[in-house]
Design a protein around this ligand. Structure first.
Ligand code: ZN
Length: 276
Protein backbone atom coordinates (compact mmCIF):
# COMPACT_ATOMS: atom_id res chain seq x y z
CA UNK A 1 0.00 0.00 0.00
CA UNK A 2 1.20 3.48 -0.78
CA UNK A 3 2.30 5.67 2.10
CA UNK A 4 0.16 8.82 2.13
CA UNK A 5 1.41 10.20 5.44
CA UNK A 6 3.26 13.08 3.82
CA UNK A 7 1.66 12.92 0.38
CA UNK A 8 -0.09 15.70 -1.44
CA UNK A 9 0.34 14.49 -5.04
CA UNK A 10 -2.16 11.63 -4.91
CA UNK A 11 -5.01 13.69 -3.50
CA UNK A 12 -7.50 15.01 -6.04
CA UNK A 13 -10.20 17.43 -4.96
CA UNK A 14 -13.58 16.75 -6.51
CA UNK A 15 -15.32 20.01 -7.30
CA UNK A 16 -18.46 18.76 -5.52
CA UNK A 17 -16.52 19.00 -2.24
CA UNK A 18 -16.09 22.75 -2.58
CA UNK A 19 -19.35 23.40 -4.36
CA UNK A 20 -19.20 27.18 -4.02
CA UNK A 21 -16.05 27.48 -6.12
CA UNK A 22 -15.66 28.06 -9.85
CA UNK A 23 -12.95 26.22 -11.77
CA UNK A 24 -10.56 29.16 -11.36
CA UNK A 25 -11.25 29.28 -7.63
CA UNK A 26 -10.76 25.53 -7.35
CA UNK A 27 -7.38 25.71 -9.08
CA UNK A 28 -6.23 28.68 -7.01
CA UNK A 29 -7.50 27.12 -3.79
CA UNK A 30 -5.72 23.85 -4.51
CA UNK A 31 -2.52 25.75 -5.25
CA UNK A 32 -2.78 27.52 -1.90
CA UNK A 33 -3.24 24.15 -0.17
CA UNK A 34 -0.38 22.47 -2.04
CA UNK A 35 -2.73 20.14 -3.94
CA UNK A 36 -2.18 19.53 -7.65
CA UNK A 37 -5.03 17.34 -8.90
CA UNK A 38 -8.73 17.95 -9.37
CA UNK A 39 -11.83 16.06 -10.42
CA UNK A 40 -14.22 18.64 -11.83
CA UNK A 41 -17.92 18.28 -12.51
CA UNK A 42 -19.10 19.37 -15.91
CA UNK A 43 -20.89 22.46 -14.61
CA UNK A 44 -17.71 24.32 -13.65
CA UNK A 45 -16.00 23.29 -16.90
CA UNK A 46 -18.96 24.45 -18.98
CA UNK A 47 -19.16 27.71 -17.02
CA UNK A 48 -15.80 28.83 -18.44
CA UNK A 49 -15.96 26.80 -21.65
CA UNK A 50 -13.96 23.66 -22.29
CA UNK A 51 -11.16 25.37 -24.21
CA UNK A 52 -10.42 27.88 -21.48
CA UNK A 53 -10.84 25.19 -18.83
CA UNK A 54 -8.18 23.08 -20.54
CA UNK A 55 -5.86 26.07 -20.73
CA UNK A 56 -6.30 26.95 -17.06
CA UNK A 57 -5.67 23.37 -15.97
CA UNK A 58 -2.62 22.92 -18.19
CA UNK A 59 -1.18 26.28 -17.12
CA UNK A 60 -1.48 25.17 -13.50
CA UNK A 61 0.22 21.85 -14.31
CA UNK A 62 -2.65 19.99 -12.64
CA UNK A 63 -3.73 16.39 -13.13
CA UNK A 64 -7.41 15.70 -13.79
CA UNK A 65 -8.28 12.38 -12.26
CA UNK A 66 -11.72 12.24 -13.86
CA UNK A 67 -14.54 14.36 -15.23
CA UNK A 68 -17.88 13.92 -13.43
CA UNK A 69 -20.08 12.93 -15.09
CA UNK A 70 -21.93 11.43 -18.03
CA UNK A 71 -24.42 8.60 -18.15
CA UNK A 72 -28.13 8.81 -17.28
CA UNK A 73 -28.91 6.57 -20.24
CA UNK A 74 -32.48 5.28 -19.73
CA UNK A 75 -35.35 7.32 -21.13
CA UNK A 76 -38.99 6.63 -21.90
CA UNK A 77 -38.55 6.94 -25.66
CA UNK A 78 -35.96 6.67 -28.40
CA UNK A 79 -35.65 10.46 -28.72
CA UNK A 80 -34.77 10.69 -25.03
CA UNK A 81 -32.14 7.98 -25.38
CA UNK A 82 -30.66 9.71 -28.44
CA UNK A 83 -30.49 12.98 -26.52
CA UNK A 84 -28.67 11.19 -23.69
CA UNK A 85 -26.18 9.76 -26.16
CA UNK A 86 -25.52 13.18 -27.70
CA UNK A 87 -24.99 14.71 -24.28
CA UNK A 88 -22.58 11.91 -23.41
CA UNK A 89 -20.60 12.60 -26.57
CA UNK A 90 -20.26 16.22 -25.47
CA UNK A 91 -19.06 14.96 -22.09
CA UNK A 92 -16.40 12.84 -23.84
CA UNK A 93 -15.27 15.94 -25.76
CA UNK A 94 -15.08 17.91 -22.52
CA UNK A 95 -13.06 15.14 -20.84
CA UNK A 96 -10.64 15.09 -23.80
CA UNK A 97 -10.42 18.89 -23.80
CA UNK A 98 -9.34 19.10 -20.18
CA UNK A 99 -7.08 16.03 -20.28
CA UNK A 100 -9.18 14.02 -17.83
CA UNK A 101 -7.96 10.49 -17.13
CA UNK A 102 -11.50 9.22 -17.61
CA UNK A 103 -15.15 10.19 -17.89
CA UNK A 104 -17.24 8.93 -14.99
CA UNK A 105 -20.63 7.54 -15.96
CA UNK A 106 -23.55 6.91 -13.71
CA UNK A 107 -26.21 4.64 -15.08
CA UNK A 108 -29.43 6.58 -14.70
CA UNK A 109 -32.53 5.13 -13.08
CA UNK A 110 -36.01 4.11 -14.14
CA UNK A 111 -37.61 6.22 -16.87
CA UNK A 112 -40.55 8.24 -15.54
CA UNK A 113 -43.54 6.02 -14.90
CA UNK A 114 -41.63 2.78 -15.51
CA UNK A 115 -41.30 -0.15 -13.12
CA UNK A 116 -39.26 -2.22 -15.56
CA UNK A 117 -35.83 -2.39 -13.94
CA UNK A 118 -34.64 -5.04 -16.38
CA UNK A 119 -35.38 -2.73 -19.31
CA UNK A 120 -33.48 0.08 -17.58
CA UNK A 121 -30.47 -2.22 -17.18
CA UNK A 122 -30.62 -3.03 -20.89
CA UNK A 123 -30.84 0.66 -21.82
CA UNK A 124 -27.76 1.39 -19.71
CA UNK A 125 -25.82 -1.40 -21.39
CA UNK A 126 -26.97 -0.29 -24.84
CA UNK A 127 -26.21 3.36 -24.07
CA UNK A 128 -22.65 2.62 -22.98
CA UNK A 129 -22.18 0.33 -26.00
CA UNK A 130 -23.30 3.17 -28.30
CA UNK A 131 -20.97 5.66 -26.63
CA UNK A 132 -17.89 3.45 -26.50
CA UNK A 133 -16.69 3.80 -30.11
CA UNK A 134 -16.83 7.60 -29.79
CA UNK A 135 -14.93 7.51 -26.48
CA UNK A 136 -12.31 5.12 -27.86
CA UNK A 137 -11.71 7.40 -30.84
CA UNK A 138 -11.30 10.36 -28.48
CA UNK A 139 -8.92 8.38 -26.26
CA UNK A 140 -11.15 8.88 -23.23
CA UNK A 141 -11.67 5.85 -20.97
CA UNK A 142 -15.21 5.53 -19.64
CA UNK A 143 -15.68 4.61 -15.99
CA UNK A 144 -19.03 3.24 -14.85
CA UNK A 145 -19.58 4.18 -11.20
CA UNK A 146 -21.88 1.88 -9.26
CA UNK A 147 -24.01 3.97 -6.89
CA UNK A 148 -25.59 2.89 -3.62
CA UNK A 149 -28.84 0.96 -4.17
CA UNK A 150 -30.86 3.77 -2.55
CA UNK A 151 -30.34 5.60 -5.87
CA UNK A 152 -31.55 2.78 -8.12
CA UNK A 153 -34.88 4.38 -9.00
CA UNK A 154 -33.82 7.93 -9.77
CA UNK A 155 -30.10 8.12 -10.48
CA UNK A 156 -28.34 4.84 -11.07
CA UNK A 157 -29.56 1.29 -11.54
CA UNK A 158 -26.00 -0.06 -11.57
CA UNK A 159 -25.40 -0.51 -7.86
CA UNK A 160 -22.69 -3.08 -7.33
CA UNK A 161 -19.15 -3.76 -8.43
CA UNK A 162 -20.42 -7.12 -9.66
CA UNK A 163 -22.85 -5.45 -12.06
CA UNK A 164 -20.13 -3.02 -13.21
CA UNK A 165 -17.75 -5.94 -13.80
CA UNK A 166 -20.41 -7.74 -15.83
CA UNK A 167 -20.82 -4.66 -18.02
CA UNK A 168 -17.06 -4.49 -18.54
CA UNK A 169 -16.99 -8.19 -19.44
CA UNK A 170 -19.73 -7.66 -21.98
CA UNK A 171 -18.65 -4.34 -23.49
CA UNK A 172 -14.89 -4.74 -23.43
CA UNK A 173 -12.08 -2.32 -24.17
CA UNK A 174 -12.56 1.30 -23.19
CA UNK A 175 -14.92 0.71 -20.27
CA UNK A 176 -13.55 0.70 -16.73
CA UNK A 177 -14.93 1.30 -13.26
CA UNK A 178 -15.07 4.31 -10.96
CA UNK A 179 -15.00 2.92 -7.45
CA UNK A 180 -16.57 5.23 -4.89
CA UNK A 181 -16.15 4.05 -1.31
CA UNK A 182 -19.41 5.69 -0.26
CA UNK A 183 -21.46 3.67 -2.72
CA UNK A 184 -20.00 0.18 -2.42
CA UNK A 185 -18.53 -0.18 1.09
CA UNK A 186 -21.54 -2.19 2.34
CA UNK A 187 -21.28 -4.97 -0.27
CA UNK A 188 -20.37 -8.40 1.21
CA UNK A 189 -18.91 -9.35 -2.17
CA UNK A 190 -16.77 -6.21 -2.43
CA UNK A 191 -13.30 -7.69 -1.92
CA UNK A 192 -13.87 -10.41 -4.51
CA UNK A 193 -15.33 -7.94 -7.00
CA UNK A 194 -12.43 -5.51 -6.56
CA UNK A 195 -10.00 -8.34 -7.21
CA UNK A 196 -12.06 -9.34 -10.25
CA UNK A 197 -12.03 -5.74 -11.48
CA UNK A 198 -8.23 -5.55 -11.38
CA UNK A 199 -6.95 -2.95 -13.85
CA UNK A 200 -10.50 -1.88 -14.67
CA UNK A 201 -10.53 0.46 -11.68
CA UNK A 202 -9.58 3.77 -13.26
CA UNK A 203 -10.60 6.23 -10.57
CA UNK A 204 -11.16 5.94 -6.81
CA UNK A 205 -13.41 8.27 -4.80
CA UNK A 206 -13.63 8.61 -1.05
CA UNK A 207 -15.82 10.20 1.58
CA UNK A 208 -17.46 8.58 4.60
CA UNK A 209 -20.79 7.07 5.64
CA UNK A 210 -22.25 8.97 8.55
CA UNK A 211 -24.44 7.37 11.21
CA UNK A 212 -27.11 8.56 11.16
CA UNK A 213 -27.29 9.74 7.54
CA UNK A 214 -29.72 12.65 7.50
CA UNK A 215 -30.09 13.10 3.75
CA UNK A 216 -29.80 10.44 1.06
CA UNK A 217 -27.77 12.63 -1.29
CA UNK A 218 -26.33 15.57 0.59
CA UNK A 219 -25.03 14.22 3.89
CA UNK A 220 -21.76 12.58 3.02
CA UNK A 221 -19.03 12.65 5.61
CA UNK A 222 -15.41 13.76 5.58
CA UNK A 223 -13.10 10.71 5.53
CA UNK A 224 -12.62 9.62 9.14
CA UNK A 225 -15.99 10.89 10.39
CA UNK A 226 -18.01 7.79 9.53
CA UNK A 227 -17.93 3.99 9.52
CA UNK A 228 -16.10 3.07 6.30
CA UNK A 229 -12.76 1.32 6.86
CA UNK A 230 -11.08 3.46 4.23
CA UNK A 231 -7.54 2.19 4.76
CA UNK A 232 -8.69 -1.39 4.36
CA UNK A 233 -10.63 -0.49 1.22
CA UNK A 234 -7.70 1.40 -0.30
CA UNK A 235 -5.55 -1.65 0.41
CA UNK A 236 -7.93 -3.78 -1.65
CA UNK A 237 -7.95 -1.22 -4.46
CA UNK A 238 -4.18 -0.79 -4.52
CA UNK A 239 -3.68 -4.57 -4.45
CA UNK A 240 -5.09 -4.53 -8.00
CA UNK A 241 -2.18 -2.32 -9.06
CA UNK A 242 -4.20 0.91 -8.88
CA UNK A 243 -1.72 3.79 -8.94
CA UNK A 244 -4.03 6.74 -9.60
CA UNK A 245 -5.36 9.55 -7.45
CA UNK A 246 -7.71 9.38 -4.53
CA UNK A 247 -10.56 11.83 -5.07
CA UNK A 248 -12.30 13.35 -2.10
CA UNK A 249 -15.92 13.83 -3.16
CA UNK A 250 -18.28 15.14 -0.48
CA UNK A 251 -21.85 16.29 -1.04
CA UNK A 252 -22.85 18.05 2.13
CA UNK A 253 -25.45 20.77 2.31
CA UNK A 254 -25.68 20.15 6.04
CA UNK A 255 -22.03 20.66 6.95
CA UNK A 256 -19.08 20.93 4.54
CA UNK A 257 -20.72 23.17 1.94
CA UNK A 258 -21.39 25.70 4.70
CA UNK A 259 -17.72 25.98 5.60
CA UNK A 260 -14.88 28.06 4.22
CA UNK A 261 -13.60 26.07 1.20
CA UNK A 262 -9.97 26.76 2.16
CA UNK A 263 -10.63 25.14 5.54
CA UNK A 264 -12.33 22.19 3.80
CA UNK A 265 -9.26 21.63 1.61
CA UNK A 266 -6.86 21.68 4.51
CA UNK A 267 -9.00 19.11 6.37
CA UNK A 268 -9.20 16.96 3.20
CA UNK A 269 -5.40 16.96 2.99
CA UNK A 270 -4.99 16.13 6.67
CA UNK A 271 -7.48 13.22 6.42
CA UNK A 272 -5.89 12.05 3.17
CA UNK A 273 -2.64 11.67 5.06
CA UNK A 274 -4.07 10.15 8.21
CA UNK A 275 -7.23 8.08 7.57
CA UNK A 276 -7.52 7.44 3.83
ZN1 ZN B 1 -17.99 9.34 -6.93
Amino acid sequence: MRDLSSDSKLLAINSATVKAWSLEQLIEGCKRAGISAIAPWRDIVQAVGVEKAGKLIRAAGFDVSCLCRGGMFPASDAAGRRAALEDNKRAVDEAAGIGANCLVLIAGGLPKGSKDLGAAHEQVRDGIAALLPYARDAGVPLAIEPLHPMTAADRACVNTMGHANNLCDELGEGLGIALDAYHVWWDPDLAAQIERAGKRIVTYHVCDWLVPTRDLVFDRGMPGDGVIDLKHLRGLVEATGYSGHIDVEIFSTLDWWKRDPDEVLSICLERHRSVV
